[in-house]
Design a protein around this ligand. Structure first.
Ligand SMILES: Nc1ncnc2c1ncn2[C@@H]1O[C@H](COP(=O)(O)OP(=O)(O)OP(=O)(O)O)[C@@H](O)[C@H]1O
Ligand SMILES: [Mg+2]
Length: 282
């Protein structure tokens, strides 16, 4: 008898046991990073870019810094996020020691405070944008050396860079092009912006990244097997016909497969009928 908790997953947090396929895309990203190449991941909304990157964070074995560009409104704020992430992945516990060891050139500009939510760092407005980016990169390099392994910096929701600074791509350009063990993985859903920035010869970051284009739907057999298994694991039943109907009506779109399955599960006591599925689709 299963747990009777709906175990289909909708939301930001990647869950290994809810992850279907994307084997080629995952191995492409691992191979690219292994060979030292930057990558830009592009794909439609809700198509699994963030989940793929989270899988990479959890399973690739590389030290990773994940930065969501929609979460910062200035370069100083962006740098604060970088520092917080670095503090976290180094598993530091002593902020003063951390500052004197890793932020030597920022001592004049950085303050930290400790409260119940943990340690937070604040950068003052005296630090110029250019200097913020240089200091950020130096921090990446020093922790890369510390790990003795390639460091992966994920820039999620790359289309959000304009909130931070319109000229961010220009400021990052030389670091993207540097031969180094700091590798960037940008991701975004605005295809036109990605194409113009990274793949047009007039683009600021022209050919600084390999392209990982997530464009295929999830495969039918694996989705059907997944849906049936999740129902059985949670004490309910769905036959293959009904699971296939969920698949065909969503065409294997990752978000809608999870969402429709979630809804069907909620509407069913024990055995799913085709009527339950059609109701959920409606
Ligand atoms: N490989 C997968 N297997 C099963 N479900 C998936 C997979 N990838 C994504 N999903 C489902 O789709 C949802 C959306 O995925 P995700 O947040 O990764 O998309 P996204 O492309 O980053 O979206 P956005 O463009 O809005 O940032 C997830 O919450 C999950 O329910
Ligand atoms: Mg996303």
């Amino acid at each position: 008898m299963g747990s009777l908790v709906n175990s289909f997953k909708i939301g930001r947090n990647y869950c290994a046991e809810n992850f279907i396929d994307r084997k080629q895309e995952y191995s492409y990203s691992c191979n690219a990073v292994e060979s030292g190449g930057n990558v830009v991941v592009v794909g439609p909304r809700r198509f699994g870019k963030t989940w793929l990157l989270q899988k990479f964070i959890v399973e690739s074995g590389y030290p990773v810094i994940y930065l969501d560009l929609f979460c910062s409104f200035s370069l100083q704020c962006f740098l604060q996020n970088v520092i917080r992430q670095v503090y976290r992945i180094l598993k530091e516990e002593n902020p003063a020691g951390f500052v004197s060891r890793y932020l030597k050139n920022l001592v004049k500009h950085v303050r930290f405070s400790v409260d119940v939510g943990g340690v937070s760092f604040v950068i003052d407005n005296e630090l110029s944008d250019e200097e913020s980016v240089v200091q950020m990169y130096e921090l990446f390099e020093s922790i890369q050396e510390e790990f003795g392994q390639r460091l992966v910096v994920i820039l999620g929701e790359f289309q959000g860079y304009k909130l931070i600074r319109e000229r961010l791509p220009e400021l990052l350009k030389s670091f993207f092009q540097m031969q180094s063990d700091v590798v960037f993985v940008a991701s975004g859903s605005m295809r036109q912006m990605v194409e113009e920035l990274f793949f047009k010869d007039s683009g600021v970051l022209y050919h600084s990244c390999l392209k990982l284009d997530i464009k295929s739907m999830l495969p039918e057999d694996e989705c059907v097997e997944y849906i049936v298994r999740k129902f059985v694991d949670t004490g309910k039943n769905i036959d293959e016909m009904c699971a296939k109907r969920i698949y065909t009506s969503t065409r294997g779109h990752p978000y809608f497969v999870q969402m429709l399955s979630y809804e069907v599960w909620n509407r069913t006591e024990g055995n799913v009928t085709m009527e339950d599925v059609e109701n959920a689709i409606d």
